[in-house]
Design a protein around this ligand. Structure first.
Ligand code: CAA
Length: 249
């Protein structure tokens, strides 16, 4: 158990929730940052209340990871409610799948802004505090498709590969200050994002997974939880595949 403050972007998405839950179970006070808190019906309050009944507190922070100033406000709010952010999990992400011939500028820009610019926009507001305090854990949630490329995902694969470039560069900058930076690259999971892939295509994808099923978000969260722990101090600049054997390299 460790008393740390964690912020998870995309924190009320399916993977984000699993990561928040995992970190609270490890003793963290957690802020879930999500644009959905302002834009759609599920404001996460039911989920928050359920966890609170188990004695696990999550702060819900509305914010737009594509907007640098919005991220500054979100981090300031999290820090005033919970304390300095020790752990950041950059998990916010979207898809706009289309082969390049059909992909419009909006579909490129939205995916690059949400999946890659976001990593700069949020990390920038926590990194100096982490290095000054001599402790920090940053985990960037990338994708199998950032490692191997995927038909219909020039935007997403580029953004997800870019995240790991950021990871490796920043890991070198902050390694001596007690801050680790790692990438986790999940494969296909049982989330709405994956279920949006047309049925026939998804069935063929699942056939390619040696484990023979989609992943569970809690399986990803367990790995993220470990990378955020004090024990993971010697792991930095790494990219962890967690994909049921879908792509081995
Ligand atoms: N590989 C090779 N060829 C393919 C293909 C594939 N995966 N998919 C389609 N094609 C071929 C078709 O057979 C067709 O060929 P012909 O022209 O010879 O008939 C041609 O490409 C069709 O091309 P289109 O651009 O017209 O394709 P489309 O518009 O029908 O569909 C698509 C494109 C929407 C991207 C669709 O292929 C698709 O949904 N693919 C899955 C993308 C995917 O895996 N997304 C993952 C989302 S979840 C996620 O991203 C989470 C994570 O991190 C893992």
């Amino acid at each position: 158990m460790f008393e740390r403050v964690a912020m998870v972007t995309g924190g009320i998405g399916e993977l984000g929730r699993s990561i928040c839950e995992r970190l609270t179970r490890q003793g963290c006070r957690v802020a879930a940052l999500d644009i959905a808190l302002t834009t759609n019906g599920d404001d996460g309050r039911g989920w928050q209340a359920g966890l609170a009944r188990e004695g696990r507190d999550i702060a819900l922070i509305a914010g737009d990871v594509t907007d640098f100033d919005s991220c500054a406000h979100a981090v300031a709010r999290a820090e005033s409610e919970l304390g300095p952010v020790d752990i950041l999990v950059n998990c916010a992400g979207i898809t706009r799948d289309a082969s390049l011939g059909k992909l419009d500028k909006g579909g490129w820009d939205a995916v690059l802004a949400t999946n890659l610019d976001s990593v700069f926009n949020v990390t920038k507001h926590v990194i100096d505090g982490m290095t000054q305090r001599g402790f920090g854990r940053i985990v960037n949630i990338s994708s199998l498709n950032g490692v191997k490329g995927q038909f219909g995902q020039t935007n997403y694969s580029a953004a997800k590969a870019g995240m790991h470039g950021f990871t490796m560069a920043l890991a070198r900058e902050v390694a001596r200050k007690g801050v680790t930076v790692n990438t986790v690259s999940p494969g296909y999971m049982n989330t709405r994002m994956v279920e949006a892939v047309p049925r026939g295509i998804l069935d063929r994808i699942v056939e390619e997974i040696p484990v023979g099923r989609l992943g569970d978000t809690r399986e990803i969260a367990a790995l993220v939880g470990f990378l955020c722990s004090d024990e993971a101090a010697f792991i930095t600049g790494a990219n962890y595949s967690i994909n049921g054997g879908h792509h081995m390299h």
